[in-house]
Design a binder for this molecule. Sequence first.
Ligand code: ADP
Ligand code: MG
Length: 319
Amino acid sequence: DLLINQIAAGEVVERPASVLKEVLENAVDAGARAIEVQLEQGGVRRIRVTDDGCGIGRDDLALALERHATSKIASLDDLEHVGTMGFRGEALAAIAAVARTTITSRADGEAHAWRIDGSDRALAPAALGQGTVVDVADLYYNTPARRKFLKSEGTEYAHCDEMFRRVALARPDIGMQLSHNGRVAHRLPPAAPFARIGALMGDDFLQHAREVAADAGILRLAGFASLPAYSRAGRDAQYFFVNGRFVRDKLLAHAVREAYADILHGSRHPAYVLFLELDPAGVDVNVHPAKIEVRFRESRAVHQFVFHALRRVLAESGA
Ligand code: ADP
Ligand code: MG
């Protein structure tokens, strides 16, 4: 079973940032209002995520570490209607197979918290207010072949920071904090989308961006897109969310590129934070569990909609 989980981990747990993604998504799914992330040494030494969500009851702690048919989807049909972020039911099992993992949690109505040790599944009473602490230490301590592929502390941290930003942009209503080696990197109180985007992208971005708000009934696009005068834009300032999930999608990227084709030249890239909403049945998010691609049923219509929505905003601003 450990071997199966270690193999599964190869799919899910590529690097510290992929651990962070799974654990953050679980915290969001648990209805957390505040999430704190503490990283050490780029997340390789430690990733600890504390949330104030619904918690895990004593009897469910061991189950959380098993590969399971996740409670988050009731039937195959649900795959088309995935509302929650995680849906594979194997992330924690995979993580616990390749890192020293403990989960401390206190569910609603429990007198105290419980802690489970991922290595031997031992349960012990613990102290914690409502919520969950997932502690993932020494990634790949038992699989040195994998450890060799980890990059420098700075690079792994940058990937973690990026993962944190994606969740923070998608959920401005959740208070979020990130620290690295004891130093706070982001402290984000719950905020309106506009304020959260400013906090993460910089006020400079907002000053050189236009609001996008297009509604075609079944397709809606909201967010901000930079004007040509915004000069600090790089590929790393491009955020596209589909139904609240960060994606990197060729079709969407192409629609954006086309909208900017006549106004941005050379090697310059637009910066944007865009949220596309559509009927979940119209988009397949299950292309690959650890990937961030999607497939649209009506891909031409989506492309046209995004292109024209951006075109209109950029034209109105005289760009
Ligand atoms: P999945 O999220 O796909 O169900 P995971 O392996 O990521 O699978 O998590 C296993 C289960 O553990 C979840 O279904 C959930 O019930 C529980 N769980 C994990 N993290 C948390 C958390 N932070 N708060 C509450 N429950 C959690
Ligand atoms: Mg999950």
